[in-house]
Each structure stands twice: as structure tokens, then as C-alpha cells.
Ligand binder design. Structure first.
Ligand code: PLP
Length: 394
């Protein structure tokens, strides 16, 4: 009889969002008259930028015409998109990234889950705590043990360089869930560490568009030596609203070589074997994100959410809460008041303020005593939610 991959039995239940949904469902059933405001889920709510919609329509028309119809896309992505990515996301920032080093995909979640496949199953892995759960679960599925780098108020929610060597290190900056971002100096220390011990950093820059402060790197390749030790993952989800359209990419530099093998060619092999290319119409939509019109509209989208983030952060801070993030990120990470646990605070906000957030402990043990609020809602609801929290706690 076939045996299942026993590593799946080692996965911790992913009860977070289903428990939230159950609790909210039960509450709405009992109080059908109460209006719930959701600042829990990390999904965008604003429509796609007009330039993206226009590009989608044009591309759909091309698919309807025999002379312009497209079948399978090149598995690494169309040249027009990889060129726009290199130019805009890297060269204009002084980072030397070549088209051949870009692998277009259907998002940063699949890439962050899949990239571990090219490393040996006995590689040691370090992730931050709290953490985006995909990094943990994908490595557990592959049979690896995970070490956690605590990110707490004491270290500004930033992972500290460990005193032992790891093979793979996942860094997400700006961070989900804490909303904190590493400075250039801090990220450079990680690059130096990885270069020193032969580790590879998987750098998840899904929230890069939200960086508002100088001195916070948009790409790990702004750091010296990163081409030799880092893979970078990017997403069109949170900047341009592609969560439902699906587009992202991985950067694997050619200098990234381990055991004499180029990781660029390993990832190319894996990509060609298991992925059949992002849809043509979606890649054209992605190209439109880099047009002059697209850039301006994406800026407006990000600004809209960042105004929400700023309202959440300042509202909570003025009311005496300890709150972090929200400056280079759409997430605000607040300490629960009066030593309440993350779930106690969740229940209280739901029942007494009709506001839904995400209990920090759902992202790891160090998230206990914290709560994540997102700025991806509409601005009226966001303001009302913050006002409700503040008056409840007053
Ligand atoms: N990486 C991080 C850190 C995220 O928080 C998310 C989504 O919430 C993703 C990746 C997913 O990105 P995508 O929609 O491109 O799969």
C-alpha cells in the first residue's frame, strides 16, 4: 500500500484563519444586526489600476485573433516583462540584475514555498518568529527541522545574527506580520553573515512598494555581495492589487553557486519542469504596472492603503497603545493591552467593538501578546474600526 509523506503529520494545524472565520461566523449568526469591520486578512480590496485593465483588454483581444494568439508562455516569462522588471525594479535602483536572472511566476507564495526544493533535505533552516507560515510549512513538508529567530519588542522585531551557522535563512522585509523593515545596515549584516558561512538568504520583498523611509533597502541586491548569497522574491499582489490575477517573480543571480552548481540553472530546471508559464494576458497586465500611467496609479493605490496604515498607527498610539509597523508596511502590529493574550483580545474586539484582526500568536510563539491589523480595507471602515477600538478601551 502506498505510504503518505509522513512529514505532513508534523505540520501544525493551520487553524488561524479558519478559527477566525468560525468565531466571526458564530458571532454574526447571534448578532445579525451588528456590522463587523474586518482588518484581519492580508488581501487587497481596491480595484485594479486602469492601466492594468486596459492592458488586460488589449491582451484578451490579441488572444481572439489568429495572428496574435499566444499559446504556452516561455516558462521564465516573456522578454517584455522581464525587461520591464529589470529596468524598473533593479537597474533604476542601481542593482545589476540581468533578464536571465528573472523567473516570472504566479506569485510570491508559490515561489516562497517551492524554492526550498533546490536545497538538500538536510539543510538547516532559520526563520523569524513571528513568521509568514509558508516558509515553515514548505520546509516541514520536505522533512527539514526549523529554527526560529525571535523578533520581539526588545530587538525592534528584527532578527539578530545568530551565533551558529544556518544553510537557508528566510527574511521578509518589510515584514509580515510585524510591519517592521530592516535598514540597509541591518540587511548588509545578514548578507555578510550568509557570505561568511555559505548560507543562502531567501529575501521576500512582497511589501517593497510600501517602503516610505530612506535607508530601507527595496532590494537585497542593494547590499554588497548579495548576488553571491541571496534569492529575492517579488509579488504584484500588494502593490498593484494582483492577488486575484496572480503574478510574481524570483531573482536568482548567476553568481549564486553552491557546491560548484549554479542555483540559477537549478531553478531554471525546476521551473521548466513544474511550471508552464504565467498567462500572457497577466504578463501584459504586469508590464502595464511599469508604464508611466501604471506607476502613477500603483502609487495612488499604495498611498491609499498607507493613509489607512497611518490612521491605524496614530489612532492607536494616541490612545496609549503600543503599536509598531505601519510606516514601511501596510501592517500594524499592536501589543495587546493589560497582558491579554492574542486570542482574548481578538474575542473582546469582536464581541465589544465588532472589529476583526489577526491574533499575533497565529504567526508564532513570539507573536503572543500581539495583534495584527491590516490597512487593506476601505478608508471609512478603517477609521471607524480604529475609533471603535479606541473608544472601547477608553
Ligand atoms: N510573501 C508574504 C510575506 C506575504 O505576506 C504574502 C501574502 O500575504 C505573499 C508572499 C503572497 O504573495 P503572492 O500573492 O504574490 O503569492
Amino acid at each position: 500500500m502506498v505510504k503518505i509523506n509522513d512529514n505532513y503529520n508534523r505540520l501544525e494545524g493551520s487553524y488561524l484563519f479558519s478559527t477566525i472565520a468560525k468565531k466571526v461566523g458564530a458571532y454574526t449568526k447571534e448578532h445579525p444586526d451588528k456590522r463587523i469591520i474586518r482588518l484581519g486578512i492580508g488581501d487587497v480590496t481596491r480595484p485594479l489600476p486602469a492601466a492594468v485593465i486596459k492592458a488586460l483588454h488589449l491582451a484578451v483581444d490579441e488572444m481572439a485573433d489568429e495572428s496574435t494568439f499566444k499559446g504556452y508562455a516561455p516558462d521564465k516569462g516573456y522578454d517584455f516583462l522581464r525587461h520591464a522588471i529589470c529596468e524598473n525594479d533593479f537597474r533604476q535602483r542601481g542593482c545589476d540584475i540581468d533578464e536571465d536572472e528573472i523567473f516570472v511566476s504566479d506569485g510570491a507564495k508559490p515561489d516562497s514555498g517551492n524554492i526550498q526544493e533546490i536545497f538538500s533535505s538536510d539543510s538547516s533552516v532559520a526563520v523569524c518568529d513571528p513568521v509568514y507560515p509558508v516558509y515553515v510549512d514548505s520546509n516541514v513538508m520536505a522533512g527539514r527541522k526549523i529554527s526560529y529567530l525571535p523578533c520581539t519588542a526588545e530587538n525592534g522585531f528584527k532578527p539578530q545574527i545568530p551565533d551558529r551557522e544556518y544553510d537557508m535563512i528566510y527574511i521578509c522585509s518589510p515584514n509580515n506580520p510585524t510591519g517592521c523593515a530592516l535598514t540597509e545596515y541591518e540587511l548588509q549584516q545578514w548578507v555578510d553573515y550568509a557570505a561568511g558561512c555559505g548560507a543562502v538568504i531567501i529575501f521576500d520583498a512582497a511589501y517593497e512598494a510600501y517602503i516610505s523611509e530612506d535607508g530601507v533597502p527595496h532590494s537585497i541586491y542593494e547590499c554588497r555581495g548579495a548576488r553571491e548569497c541571496a534569492v529575492e522574491l517579488r509579488s504584484f499582489s500588494k502593490n498593484a492589487g494582483f492577488t486575484g490575477l496572480r503574478l510574481g517573480y524570483a531573482v536568482v543571480p548567476k553568481e549564486l553557486v553552491r557546491g560548484g552548481i549554479s542555483l540559477n540553472s537549478l531553478w531554471a530546471r525546476r521551473h521548466a519542469t513544474k511550471y508552464n508559464g504565467a498567462p500572457y494576458i497577466v504578463q501584459r497586465a504586469g508590464e502595464a504596472v511599469y508604464s508611466a500611467e501604471g506607476k502613477q496609479q500603483v502609487r495612488q493605490l499604495v498611498d491609499y492603503y498607507m493613509e489607512n496604515a497611518s490612521y491605524i498607527l496614530s489612532g492607536l498610539t494616541k490612545a496609549g497603545f503600543e503599536a509598531f509597523g505601519g510606516v514601511n508596511s501596510p501592517y500594524v502590529w499592536m501589543a495587546t493591552p493589560d497582558g491579554m493574550s492574542s486570542w482574548e483580545f481578538f474575542d473582546m474586539l469582536l464581541e465589544r467593538a465588532g472589529v476583526v484582526g489577526t491574533p499575533g500568536v497565529g504567526f508564532g510563539a513570539c507573536g503572543e501578546g500581539y495583534f495584527r491589523l491590516t490597512s487593506f480595507g476601505n478608508s471609512e471602515n478603517t477609521k471607524e474600526a480604529v475609533d471603535r477600538i479606541v473608544s472601547l478601551m477608553a
